[in-house]
Design a protein around this ligand. Sequence first.
Ligand SMILES: NC(=O)c1ccc[n+]([C@@H]2O[C@H](COP(=O)([O-])OP(=O)(O)OC[C@H]3O[C@@H](n4cnc5c(N)ncnc54)[C@H](O)[C@@H]3O)[C@@H](O)[C@H]2O)c1
Length: 326
Amino acid sequence: MTVKVGILGAGDMGRMHGDMLSKDARVQVVAVADLDAKRADLLAHQCGARPLETLDQLLDCGLDAIYITSPNWTHLEAVTRSLSAGLHVFSEKPMAISMTDAKKVLEAVERSPKVYQLGFNRRFAPVYKFCRERVEAGFKPYVVNIRMNEGEMTNRPWITDRARTGGYLNENTIHFMDMLRWLVGDPTEVFALGEANCYADQVDFVIAFKFDGGRMASITTSGHASWFYPWERMEIVGDHEALVTEEVLRVMHSPGVAKPAVWYDYFQVPKPAQWGYEGGDRSFVSAVLGEGPSAFTASEGYKAMALVEACYESIRTGQKVVLRKA
Ligand SMILES: NC(=O)c1ccc[n+]([C@@H]2O[C@H](COP(=O)([O-])OP(=O)(O)OC[C@H]3O[C@@H](n4cnc5c(N)ncnc54)[C@H](O)[C@@H]3O)[C@@H](O)[C@H]2O)c1
């Protein structure tokens, strides 16, 4: 069977997924819809698909699955209507722009027998998979330090409008809310500071998390750091053992005191595989075809958003937020 896919949104992420899907022999990209006709035409042409304008037109194309790569505020309607129309759904992150809307998405996914996958691409990126494999092999992540920066926030007009994104933490940092849950577990407490230094909305944050078993993590992030390398870096300290990632390009494993540390680099791996986009798309198509399990459940997207919400609550109140009893 060939999976007939439609793409909603022909911007950066629409082009990334469109390129991956066009190279997958199990997929036919049937149509691409974007309010911007030039973008729809260009991507449709690249994918050998029909250019369209709206979700309504896309839902009328006899699709098996849809890729929702339009901006955050469109995800709720596009996901719920596509599931109601009987389509499998790949939605770019975040799930939605508020917890109320995320709950609606979660409930729609739970009512539907179809596959729903979020664009948490780092779960498929080799450097982060390496860390997860070490954790599964017994590495204990006691102290995690994450730094994730954006160089500037000017390239997309909607990107600093909290009403349309759910805020910087929901648009950017949510990837690492998911990474923390994936590598360490669900935090018990969070305390966050946030400032609006260079933009109208807060894009500077320092966040501390507490987990069961004496585990702790921090995230510092800024939206105006200039694009110095690496934009993102994660340092995980275990029991006289450590892991360090730089961007999605290399990962270091220090196996113990007085033992040589080893760097694994992925510089030569093409970008879609480095960033996990390729692995995520292949996994989604396999799940649609029944050739593999769904990569993760919708409740994981919801829980990542709940962490974002807890950070904003902590910033508003100046207090730590207790997520659950330790
Ligand atoms: N997983 C990742 O690494 C990653 C990276 C960047 C962006 N994203 C997410 O992907 C989504 C898209 O981001 P982007 O960077 O591609 O944005 P973008 O602005 O480059 O592209 C969005 C496109 O959607 C179109 N659009 C807007 N509203 C629409 C509507 N109602 N119907 C049809 N088309 C519509 C716009 O015209 C535009 O072409 C966002 O949710 C963002 O958070 C994910």
